[in-house]
Write a new protein. Sequence first.
Length: 391
Amino acid sequence: MKVCETGLPVLQLEDRPGIIDLGPGKADARSYPAASLERAWHEALRSPEIALGYGANQGVGPLLEWLACWLRSSQGDEIDPSRILLTAGASSGLDRLCSTLTAPGDVCFCEAPTYNYALRLLSGRGLTIVPVESDADGPTVESLDDGLRLLPRTQRQAFFYLVPVHANPRGTSVNGERLTQLIDHAAARGVYVVRDDVYALLSYTAEPPAATRLSENPFVVSLGSFSKLIAPGLRLGWIVAAPELVRAMADDGLALSGGGASHSVAFATSFFCDSGDWDVHYGNLLRVYGMRCDAMQRSLERYLSQICKWTTPRGGFFVWLRIPASLDAASLLGSAEEMGVSYAPGAWFYPASRQARGRDYLRLAFSRYDASDLDEGIGRLRQVIDAHRGC
Ligand SMILES: Cc1ncc(COP(=O)(O)O)c(C=O)c1O
């Protein structure tokens, strides 16, 4: 761990030598476009009074405009910049939605399984998590309806959080028709559908999943992020929402007092996005992650096809692996790390009341390793499983 002189850490986590760590869902640090960002910062700092001032509440205009164009060209959505708010990342966007739409004690619906730290964030905001069961096409309408029936009439607003495209943790995408039904049912009850779309723009096949397209329904909110597209340390993301909701957040005390989120970073990033460097960077990202996604499938096939089942993602970072039912992924983690491989146990992705459901699952991220390391990691995982099955 890199530390400062007093011993305090600098980064949230660093790699442990000897361990192929397929646990964290992070971008590959080797992909961070440091030289392009240096040029962009240089450009931005030519106007210090703009780069270093309090930013516009909704976020810097050029980046809002660039995002509107890019979302149109990459996923076909016509989005007016008045529907976009810049945030300090998707997590911060979710937190802002909590403070705008909810009060402690409110109900929040979440697909199960889902992104573990979103569960932490939502319960930390005092929300009562109501899980929505999923099948192969995504969260089921019946399960959402069951939850909606229980929603207290006194609750002012609520939301349903889900990762509809290349999901964390399963790597799968919600069927397009299913998503439309879920949105219709939620909106009819006045419930917002909060899509966490941090992987939605990382599709590795010619045709992105239908669920990538954003609905114009005013109850749909999308959280985007540059964490997986450029670098997480930028703390930069965006929310797409109805203009009234964007205005409510751009006019709240936080924005009035502090201005737009991550303003200097957003201003510098707008130079990077507007330069030819962005297209090259994004093209490389899709190519490299796409190759790793395929490589992970080949290694799983090679080592685990006799004993495990897993998902086949078309984008994002993750595979959701089911190990033999006699095993508990969380208990196995210690010996896996001793054998030089790590992963995220499935139980982490369920709310407390459902954690047993994730017992024989684990999440593997292919984003940070080349094919040979992925192969080595999956080979080690096979050895761990064999050692515990008594083979
Ligand atoms: C589904 C999902 N949402 C949000 C985040 C965090 O995004 P950000 O860095 O923009 O806060 C992650 C990161 O792992 C994620 O997987």
